[in-house]
Design a binder for this molecule. Structure first.
Ligand SMILES: *[C@@H]1O[C@H](CO)[C@@H](O)[C@H](O)[C@H]1NC(C)=O
Ligand SMILES: *[C@@H]1O[C@H](CO)[C@@H](O)[C@H](O)[C@H]1NC(C)=O
Ligand SMILES: *[C@@H]1O[C@H](CO)[C@@H](O)[C@H](O)[C@H]1NC(C)=O
Ligand SMILES: *[C@@H]1O[C@H](CO)[C@@H](O)[C@H](O)[C@H]1NC(C)=O
Ligand SMILES: *[C@@H]1O[C@H](CO)[C@@H](O)[C@H](O)[C@H]1NC(C)=O
Ligand SMILES: *[C@@H]1O[C@H](CO)[C@@H](O)[C@H](O)[C@H]1NC(C)=O
Ligand SMILES: *[C@@H]1O[C@H](CO)[C@@H](O)[C@H](O)[C@H]1NC(C)=O
Length: 374
């Protein structure tokens, strides 16, 4: 039996670790804000979808800090939501120039956050749901609902089984990420729109039932990028974010409509992903790090995996997940940081490479934020 003082000491050490993680994440947030452009509503150097991810990161930080009764970043983060709400669409290159000036668009019009690439819509919808989680501002939830309906109306019903969503408006490529986003948005909305949860549960279930047997999940339970013309696995890189978004989708679906098979599938995918992507120190990597960098988009991917691994860990705790999250947090802070600026770069095992940018930096903040909960 452990004596009381020893228990208290253990609790103190644990609290100390998580508050150190909170301090690190907040330091990294202030560094991230060096890139935030109040005129564009996104972070300088980021593209449109990366911007949605940095937006999600700051929302998650506010939520995580609030669980520790720390609201020191809440006001700044709420201000980011309000500012990006107003000016964000002016940075959406998918809109015609004539509609991209302030006053020419209505921010509550779901179309002004999207474009022909349906995954862009998906990232922003999840970003606004994260903003809703911090603020409980219904305006943000309404936008996300509109963005979901756009996807259901325009993207759903592929040539592969007349279900699932296409990647973009050409209705040609069918990829994993767009389908995982569709699942995740539907499942998140099912838990946040009580008067219409059956509608969102139905969509999430339809998506998952199709996805699980679409061929996208390979024999090793990792998820490749997409499908071939005749609807088989295209063997393209199993990027980290493709192993991530589905986890959060299944966790939220299980919350809205419990079925152990959702959690079992998420655990199978998560464990296969860790086997594929973790190094011997439990630090997650994308293969593009060794192939001359992850320019321009894959810099965002690993953070998305960790964000969703945390959701799975909270629903189905597993020492492996906690170990991976903590290892990534510690390593990116100790080995992948410019200690004078607190900038973080692409390889979480290090070393820090200069110059970095808001995409790689915001992605590397995800393990710092997730570790706040551990
Ligand atoms: C946060 O504050 C609430 C209400 O005062 C308290 O019950 C809770 O224990 C606090 N949580 C932490 C992590 O300090
Ligand atoms: C909700 O968000 C919108 C857009 O940022 C803002 O105009 C409105 O004041 C917010 N509502 C509340 C209650 O804060
Ligand atoms: C919403 O925005 C799209 C894209 O800019 C535009 O074509 C459409 O007319 C807008 N809808 C409304 C109701 O304003
Ligand atoms: C599955 O794993 C085995 C063993 O590592 C490997 O040889 C095979 O190529 C993998 N298959 C896929 C589709 O990734
Ligand atoms: C749980 O989900 C699985 C897989 O989708 C399905 O076969 C099963 O019927 C579901 N169980 C219930 C009780 O709905
Ligand atoms: C990077 O993302 C942007 C925006 O979604 C897209 O236009 C571009 O094609 C992507 N680049 C690559 C190499 O995937
Ligand atoms: C962002 O920085 C990382 C290094 O952290 C680099 O690999 C990547 O190419 C940069 N992206 C852009 C768009 O410059």
């Amino acid at each position: 039996m452990i004596s009381k003082p020893a228990l208290a000491a253990t609790a103190l050490v644990l609290a100390g670790q998580s508050s150190a993680q909170l301090a690190n994440a907040e330091d990294a947030f202030y560094t991230l804000q060096g890139w935030y452009n109040p005129g564009s509503g996104i972070w300088d150097g980021d593209g449109w979808w990366n911007g949605a991810n940095a937006f999600t990161v700051v929302a998650e930080l506010a939520t995580a800090a609030q669980t520790k009764n720390d609201s020191s970043v809440t006001q700044s983060v709420t201000n980011i939501f309000a500012n990006t709400w107003v000016v964000g669409p002016s940075s959406n290159a998918n809109l015609p120039d004539s509609e991209r000036t302030l006053g020419q668009y209505d921010s509550s019009n779901s179309s002004v956050w999207g474009g022909p690439a349906y995954d862009d819509n998906g990232w922003w919808a999840l970003g606004w749901i994260a903003a809703y989680d911090v603020t409980k501002n219904e305006t943000y939830l309404e936008l996300a609902k509109g963005m979901f309906d756009d996807l259901a109306n325009n993207a759903w019903g592929t040539r592969c089984g007349n279900a699932g969503v296409y990647w973009n408006s050409d209705h040609s490529y069918i990829n994993a990420i767009t389908n995982e986003l569709f699942l995740s948005i539907a499942a998140h909305l099912a838990n946040r729109v009580p008067d219409n949860s059956a509608y969102y549960i139905d969509w999430a279930e339809k998506e998952w039932n199709w996805f699980a047997t679409s061929g996208m999940i390979n024999e090793n339970n990792t998820i490749n990028d997409g499908l071939t013309e005749p609807c088989t696995n295209n063997q393209q890189t199993a990027y980290s974010y493709n192993q991530g978004v589905v986890l959060g989708g299944l966790v939220e679906l299980n919350k809205a409509s419990p079925n152990q098979s959702y959690i079992d599938s998420a655990n199978t995918i998560a464990q296969a992903a860790i086997k594929l992507m973790a190094d011997s120190n439990n630090v997650i990597h994308d293969t593009c790090e060794d192939e001359g960098g992850c320019f321009p988009n894959a810099t965002q991917f690993k953070g998305v995996f960790i964000r969703n691994l945390l959701l799975l860990h909270q629903a189905s705790p597993n020492d492996l997940y906690a170990t991976v999250i903590k290892a990534c947090a510690q390593s990116t802070w100790d080995n992948n940081r410019d200690t004078s600026t607190n900038e973080l770069s692409i390889n979480w095992a290090g070393p820090f490479v200069s110059p970095t940018n808001s995409s790689a930096h915001s992605s590397a903040m995800e393990p710092l934020i997730a570790a706040i909960y551990l």
